[in-house]
Design a protein. Structure first.
Length: 413
């Protein structure tokens, strides 16, 4: 079990303990008001954990509290892990970032781009540009998600999900189906949050000759000591996965979501590199420290420091924010001053973003309202875990930065 290390004195690591306590109290109001079942907040500065707080219940019906070793469904906070896996293969010379994905996934050899028409009869044209590895890392591949509901192509993704056998389809089969679906736009021209990281996970499988679960376990989790993370929590670990609750906007009350709750403990054929992992806060702390330490942790190096630095730079065309590059209407919430690096969002203009985060801060979230950021300039990381759906029903991403950054004192011992 890779527990969160015992917190050290925040003041010795440049943070005011009273202000960190204030952050916990502010987040605690969501529990007091019945808007969150429970949460865990971990803050690390200068490589040391300085705050680890749990509030509320992991299971309301059972009265079980959130514990320091709770195993959270990370959902889309899986994406940076899959991106690291791909970059490990990149560093080994397996491919270049500009290589066409079809070299290893031939189903993507002749992509078609949507032009007009209804979902049942779309008019398409051949794409003038192939899907490249960098497009998968940056969500500029032209792929989509069925939950967007803003473009006719989104409906085609939902239609695939309604097809017989989809629930039991593995990553390879799903990639074949996605490859047969028109692209929303020409690769490399726009940004759209999508199944791109799942396709990237399939690329990792084909290039490495291992299942994504095997690659993660042998090449990332084992070396980094992330012993509580995997695609399915089984045995004693299953009992540490909290229930998922949905917040009804009409009543403001929490209700248990049985299907979402089961995803963390039921084995699945689909190994989602875009959102399938469940793990402890201690494990995600180790992962963020691996990033902030330039690709090395406790003497184990998985990536070169220059590669990690590239992850935290904006790779979108013209240095644009992803808000500027979204198709109309936008499928994702507007975030001016935020670009996209290799596997995570990156702050490019804190003033435009309305954030206290430094330029180059990387962050992302999961659909169950998990949040994290890693700030290389301040050597600061924070993670907030909860199990609430739908995403964004509470402003937890805003809260995490707004509450943690004011605790910085600029004075480390």
């Amino acid at each position: 079990m890779s527990a969160v290390p015992e917190p050290e004195d925040p003041a010795s690591h440049g943070l005011d303990p009273q202000r960190l306590a204030r952050a916990g109290d502010c987040l605690g109001r969501y529990v007091d008001e019945g808007k969150l079942a429970g949460w865990q907040l971990v803050v690390a500065s200068g490589g040391a954990v300085v705050w680890n707080e749990c509030r509320g219940l992991a299971d309301i019906e059972a009265g079980a509290p959130v514990r320091p070793d709770t195993i959270w469904q990370w959902r889309s906070m899986t994406k940076p892990v899959t991106s690291v896996a791909a970059l490990m293969l990149y560093e080994a010379g397996a491919f270049a970032l500009d290589d066409p994905v079809a070299r290893w996934l031939p189903a993507f050899a002749s992509p078609l781009v949507y032009r007009y028409g209804p979902p049942f009869a779309p008019v398409t044209v051949p794409s003038p540009e192939p899907i490249r590895v960098r497009h998968l890392l940056t969500h500029t591949a032209g792929l989509s998600y069925g939950f967007h509901y803003v473009h006719p192509v989104d409906a085609l993704y939902r239609a695939a999900e309604d097809e017989p056998g989809w629930a039991s389809a593995d990553l390879a089969a799903r990639c074949e189906r996605w490859a047969a679906t028109p692209l929303v736009y020409t690769p490399g021209t726009r940004w759209m949050y999508s199944v791109a990281t799942d396709v990237l996970g399939r690329l990792v499988e084909v290039v490495s000759g291992q299942g994504l679960d095997e690659f993660f376990a042998e090449r990332i989790f084992g070396p980094l000591g992330m012993t509580d993370t995997g695609f399915c929590a089984e045995g004693e670990r299953a009992a540490r996965v909290p229930a998922v609750y949905t917040l009804d906007p009409a009543t403001g009350k929490l209700a248990r979501d049985k299907e979402a709750s089961a995803r963390g403990t039921e084995p699945r054929a689909f190994l989602s590199g875009g959102g399938g992992l469940a793990g402890s806060a201690g494990d995600y702390h180790r992962f963020t420290q691996f990033l902030l330490r330039g690709g090395e942790l406790d003497g184990v190096r998985l990536l070169g420091a220059p590669t990690v630095a590239r992850m935290f730079r904006n790779h979108l065309p013209g240095g644009a924010s992803y808000t500027e590059l979204q198709p109309e209407p936008p499928a994702w919430k507007p975030e001016p001053g935020v670009g996209f690096g290799l596997g995570l969002a990156v702050v490019t203009d804190p003033v435009a973003a309305g954030s206290a985060a430094s330029v180059g801060t990387g962050f992302w979230a999961g659909s169950l309202n998990t949040e994290f950021f890693a700030d290389p300039a301040e050597d600061l990381a924070a993670m907030l875990f909860t199990q609430l759906t739908p995403y964004g029903v509470l402003p937890l991403q805003r809260d995490l930065t707004q509450l943690i950054y004011p605790a910085l004192t600029g004075q480390r011992a």
